[in-house]
Design a binder for this molecule. Structure first.
Ligand SMILES: [Cu+2]
Length: 296
């Protein structure tokens, strides 16, 4: 564990050194990842640490409602099985009863599971609605799943006008402090505390992907010819990783997602640099264009 931490701090130091040289990533951006928040920590059990209220509510729904219900049902079924094994085996119960049907019991084993499902459904649908019904958002990022990487477009009418591909780093030359199968060459950058609308689709001639960032509570399919929307509001700065979560083809495992959440000032600095860096890949994508896609 100690070695791991050393590796992380060495990596952060290297990153700052590189940052100082290139000047592309503002210093405020160059913070490392945090195990358990950015990605699952070593030996972690349970949900990711939430970095948005949505993720927090999702974790609470799982931890406080689903898990207790699952545990009680599993223990109840186990107790019934153990009881049946000992009470009704051939030796303990040589002449079995021929009784069939018991109205009271049949009503009970239909109605009780039904009630349990209703208890789960109400908060579940409430949460689902919150995820799908977009609030007033501050900015939009268009996400396109391709074979096998992601393209992020910052719409022109939202002070962007560029897009870039985000590819997995070369795993054979991974720099210290970089995470295997998670770090990418170009991270998407968004400001902290702002509601970000994601317009999610896939390459028109491609396959279905799924865009997921666990700590931010985002999960949405990227489907060719269809424009899906999701949103998040990150409460903490940092880098948040995700992975394509649809079995999409041969490089499914090699298209990670990396979103870096930074302060408003750092975002402005990144935006200015990104416009220059990605000028060759300038994009005319606007939110209105995206809306037009929906109507087609
Ligand atoms: Cu995929």
């Amino acid at each position: 564990m100690q070695a791991r931490h050393n590796l992380v701090s060495t990596g952060a130091a290297c990153l700052s050194a590189i940052t100082g040289l290139t000047g592309f990533i503002p210093a405020a951006l160059a913070q490392g990842f945090q195990p358990g928040l950015s990605h699952a920590a070593q030996d972690q059990i349970g949900m990711m640490q939430p970095a948005s209220t949505m993720a927090q509510e999702m974790a609470a729904f799982h931890d406080n409602l689903l898990l207790p219900i699952i545990t009680v049902i599993s223990l109840f079924v186990l107790a019934l099985l153990v009881y049946v094994i000992f009470r009704f085996n051939e030796r303990a119960n040589p002449t079995p009863s021929r009784t069939t049907h018991h109205t009271g019991l049949e009503v009970a084993w239909t109605v009780i599971p039904l009630l349990i499902l209703v208890v789960i459904a109400i908060p579940s649908f409430r949460l689902l609605t919150k995820q799908i019904a977009l609030p007033e958002t501050d900015m939009t990022v268009k996400v396109t799943g391709k074979q096998w990487y992601w393209t992020y477009s910052y719409p022109k009418d939202q002070n962007g006008g560029f897009e870039f591909d985000s590819n997995l780093l070369d795993q054979t030359k991974l720099a210290a402090g970089k995470l295997k199968l998670l770090d990418v060459d170009n991270e998407a950058v968004v400001p902290v505390g702002k509601a970000i609308r994601l317009q999610i689709t896939a390459d028109a001639v491609g396959v279905i992907h799924s865009f997921v960032i666990p700590a931010l509570g985002v999960r949405m399919d990227a489907v060719p010819g269809r424009l899906n929307e999701a949103w998040f509001k990150a409460e903490k700065e940092g880098i948040y990783y995700g992975q394509c979560s649809k079995l999409c083809g041969k490089d499914h495992a090699y298209m990670p997602i990396a979103f870096r959440v930074v302060s408003q000032q750092a975002y402005a600095a990144w935006l200015a640099d990104a416009k220059k860096k990605y000028a060759s890949a300038s994009s005319d994508v606007t939110v209105a264009d995206a809306a037009a896609t929906i109507r087609q």
